[in-house]
Design a protein around this ligand. Structure first.
Ligand code: ZN
Length: 293
């Protein structure tokens, strides 16, 4: 049995990377019966059938699992957000941060289109950049023709499995192309031209960049908090985590409860009020969600 990791999936064939090279493997029939589909990113055991082929016999437990693109064991997400066109939107950025944190994925923020932004837009972005850095997030600014920004982003790839995410039009494909020009990923929002229904025909691949693996397809296309419970939400706001255990009441949602350490920290300006407002917005959204059975 050989250990490896699935780095590509295409119509039922999985490319597995191992110490002994790349193998094209099939999943075992038994996975289908158990309703388990091997995913790109999975650590697997496989049996060699000849020099370059084999079949997968075991899939190791997953740390996490994204739905679109279907990738397992993602460790890092680059949240791409633009300074303008579309306008820098901290509410949307926080939505991505919460979704990423809820999958135990470590986020990094890259702000694009600085070269297209006006002076006031740049000022605004820089202000938010320092707010997010103070919380403990890694924030990088990216202009199309600036080598230094690119180098600092690439520094974060080694040993990680990275997925890019962000709303349409922020330049995710442009960024990927700048990182690995030989890929020539279609820009102009691939999904629009292919249409929603056809995405299943596309392959998923983890590409090697600077000793790390990067998904060639952006992730987190659904922005709904479908798998987050109200009590969990504050844990996905990095700066709230240290206060949540000091609240008077167990299960405090930091909303209407008295003697809440989070609300006190907002008053004391230890937690940014804009972040707290976003927390409340998301909390209300989660609480209004129809109960799932
Ligand atoms: Zn509280």
């Amino acid at each position: 049995m050989i250990e490896g990791r699935i780095v590509k999936s295409l119509s039922g064939f999985y490319t597995v990377k191992s110490d002994k090279g790349l193998f094209t493997c099939k999943g075992r029939g038994v996975f289908r019966n158990q309703n388990i589909t091997p995913l790109v990113g999975d650590f697997v055991l496989f049996k060699k059938t000849d020099e370059q082929t084999g079949y997968i016999t075991k899939i190791e437990a997953r740390k996490n699992e994204l739905i679109r693109p279907p990738i397992a064991n993602v460790t890092q997400a680059i949240i791409v957000h633009s300074a303008c066109q579309p306008t820098f939107n901290p509410l949307l950025l926080d939505r991505f941060l919460v979704l990423v944190e809820s999958e135990q994925i470590s986020p990094m923020i890259v702000i694009t289109k600085l070269d297209l932004a006006s002076e006031s837009e740049i000022d605004r972005v820089n202000q938010f950049k320092s707010e997010y850095e103070e919380i403990g997030y890694n924030v990088q600014l990216f202009s199309l023709h600036e080598e230094q920004a690119l180098t600092s982003i690439q520094r974060f790839f080694p040993d990680e499995v990275t997925v890019l995410t962000g709303q349409s039009g922020v330049g995710k494909s442009t960024l990927l192309n700048r990182i690995r020009p030989d890929l020539s990923i279609e820009t102009g929002e691939i999904s629009k031209t292919l249409g929603r229904g056809k995405h299943t025909t596309r392959h998923v691949e983890l590409i090697e960049i600077n000793d790390g693996l990067v998904a060639d397809t952006p992730g987190f296309s659904s922005l709904e908090f479908t798998s987050i419970e109200p009590e969990q939400l504050s844990l996905y706001f990095k700066e709230m985590k240290e206060f949540v255990h000091q609240c008077k009441f167990r299960g405090c949602l930091h909303h209407k409860e008295p003697q809440c350490a989070v609300k006190q920290a907002v008053k004391d300006e230890e937690i940014n009020s804009f972040r707290y407002e976003h927390y409340i917005k998301f909390l209300q959204e989660i609480m209004l969600r129809k109960p799932r059975y």
